[in-house]
Design a protein around this ligand. Structure first.
Ligand SMILES: Nc1ncnc2c1ncn2[C@@H]1O[C@H](COP(=O)(O)OP(=O)(O)OP(=O)(O)O)[C@@H](O)[C@H]1O
Ligand SMILES: [Mg+2]
Length: 231
């Protein structure tokens, strides 16, 4: 379970006299295994909320819990353990351009100390899951946008995460590739992984019929079970 408890984030004034309140007492819970879309116009604070959950930014006030652990009070060891339980994907894929699909995933495992045998066993398995076995030896420039994003999803799966944070993952994709990526996220969710999807893509949201949390003016403007895009 993830619990955002009264999160406020204020950025100090810069060039202007006014401080910027990005998040204003945002509270909601995400239960294990849920698929939740986080909706809000550009600048609404979706990425900020993800960064706070990842412990990469401090909230100005409020707390975030993952199970019983307060993300911002966790010891460095606990913090590391928490981060491993969360896989992240982004609009711009963030693949290494000089490495193949296989190497992008293998490298992410290598840097976290996974053994060579484990990497050799696991990478083909995860590539099969995302339907990219035939592209294993291709470089990012040889892939479609959807294939790049599926590579990024494979990389996010390497530690068998409890949660996937997807920050506008379909932003650069045409409707066909967007649907493919979304279906993959739904499949991953079916296997029990919690998915939080930040997006301002109306079609994506309305097709999902899943829970939608809408951020507006720094607050949770609505939270509905089979939500529609209402901004
Ligand atoms: N380090 C920072 N200093 C000052 N302001 C910041 C900082 N980081 C983010 N902001 C501001 O906080 C607001 C929220 O940004 P955020 O990136 O969370 O929005 P978002 O909902 O993810 O938008 P988008 O849909 O465009 O990705 C924006 O107005 C942004 O300019
Ligand atoms: Mg963002």
């Amino acid at each position: 379970m993830i619990f955002f408890n009264n999160i406020t984030k204020v950025y100090p004034p810069y060039l202007t006299k006014k401080e910027k309140v990005v998040l204003d007492n945002v509270s909601f819970k995400v239960e294990k295994g849920e698929f939740v879309s986080l909706v809000g116009s550009s600048g609404a604070g979706k990425t900020t909320l993800f960064n706070i959950l990842l412990g990469e930014e401090e909230p100005t006030s409020g707390r975030v819990f993952i199970e019983d652990t307060d993300v911002h009070k966790a010891s460095p060891a606990d913090s590391c353990r928490i981060k491993r339980r969360i896989g992240t994907i982004f609009q711009d894929y963030r693949l290494l351009s000089s490495k193949t699909v296989y190497e992008n995933i293998a490298y992410a495992m290598e840097v976290t100390g996974v053994s060579d045998e484990e990497i050799e066993r696991y990478v083909p398995e995860v590539l099969d899951t995302v339907g990219l076995l035939e592209h294993a030896m291709h470089f990012p420039y040889q892939l479609s946008g959807g294939e790049k994003q599926r590579t990024a999803i494979a990389r996010a799966l390497i530690h068998d995460p409890d949660v996937i944070l997807a920050d506008e993952p379909t932003g650069d994709l045409d409707p066909y590739n967007a649907k493919e990526v979304l279906n993959l996220l739904l499949d991953i969710n079916k296997e029990g992984t919690t998915v939080i999807l930040a997006t301002h893509n109306k079609e994506v949201i309305n097709g999902l019929r899943r829970r939608v949390v809408t951020l507006k003016d720094g607050r949770v403007a609505s939270d509905s079970k089979q939500g529609r895009f209402t901004l």
